[in-house]
Design a protein around this ligand. Structure first.
Ligand code: AMP
Length: 274
């Protein structure tokens, strides 16, 4: 497995790769959620490139950029074991020029929910993903549904900028209690973890109500808020269609339910498609 820290080297390696190339961008501290993306890329492509880059432009002032978990050695082991061909690990100075061109998320879909709570976050995500897709020129790029709004915006960027890659959405991997895996879960104490389980529990409450025929969004939101407010500081509970537009009532097959909240100082998100 090649470990690439330099952009020119990545370009050379990519140029030498023949056939299908799958790409999995990550910020490292890899867990089985990331691994599921890598394994899918491996299954569907002849070559797989993974990037590990804690992208500064997607962190807001006061967020956890400095203390974001880093596990370089373990990450490389996971990649090697999974049969990854190349891991790209640039540093920030290499990825960004001073006063460079920018990409901004669409004004509506990029500035609601996560984008409203973390203004500018998606601009940073799209900037780095555009750079990484240009460098790796993958046939397929793999993203988790865990970051549902991010995934939808990346799909839009690929469409709007005519990028020659297929975005492959991958299912959320959860632990046995239902907690969606996240690199940030390492911040949680065992007590925090119990509180954090209310996120996935609230989504299960919603899906149960929907299975029993409930279609009213306010009724479902209220039940979720009742559950969540006992355990976490809610950031938002939202029910939208798959394009992140507001809806009057649940539409089976085209609805996404999203939650975000703080367990202590740790901000967690989760969602489910119905
Ligand atoms: P990150 O390292 O947090 O930037 O995540 C890199 C990629 O892994 C993104 O496409 C995430 O959506 C995806 N991902 C993170 N956690 C999970 C999970 N629990 N299940 C599936 N995909 C995930």
């Amino acid at each position: 497995m090649l470990i690439i820290k330099d952009i020119d080297e990545l370009k050379r390696v990519r140029a030498s790769m023949e056939g299908s190339v799958g790409f999995v961008p990550t910020m490292g501290a890899l867990h089985p959620g990331h691994l599921s993306l890598i394994q899918r890329a491996k299954k569907e492509n002849e070559r797989v490139i993974v990037s590990i880059f804690v992208n500064p432009t997607q962190f807001l002032e006061g967020e956890d950029l400095e203390k974001y978990p880093k596990k370089e050695e373990a990450d490389l082991k996971i990649c090697k074991h999974a049969g990854v061909d190349a891991v790209f690990m640039p540093d920030a100075a290499m990825m960004y020029a001073k006063d460079e061109m920018s990409v901004t998320a669409p004004q509506v879909r990029g500035y609601i929910l996560e984008g409203e709570k973390r203004p500018g976050h998606f601009d940073g995500v799209l900037r780095v993903v555009l750079k990484l897709l240009n460098l790796t020129r993958p046939w397929r790029a793999y993203f988790g549904k865990k970051d549902a709004q991010q995934l939808a915006l990346i799909q839009s960027m690929v469409r709007d900028y005519f990028l020659d890659t297929t975005v492959v959405p991958c299912d959320i991997v959860r632990d046995s209690d239902g907690l969606a895996l996240s690199s940030r879960n390492v911040y949680l104490s065992s007590e925090d973890k119990k509180q954090a389980l209310s996120l996935s529990r609230s989504l299960r409450i919603a899906t149960k109500m929907i299975s029993s025929g409930e279609r009213n969004i306010e009724t479902i939101r209220d039940a979720m808020i009742d559950e969540l407010s006992q355990y976490i500081k809610i950031d938002y509970v939202a029910i939208v269609d798959r394009r992140f537009q507001s809806i009057e009532q649940i539409i089976i097959g085209d609805t996404i339910i999203l939650v975000a909240g703080f367990v202590g100082a740790t901000r967690l998100i989760d969602n489910i498609q119905v």
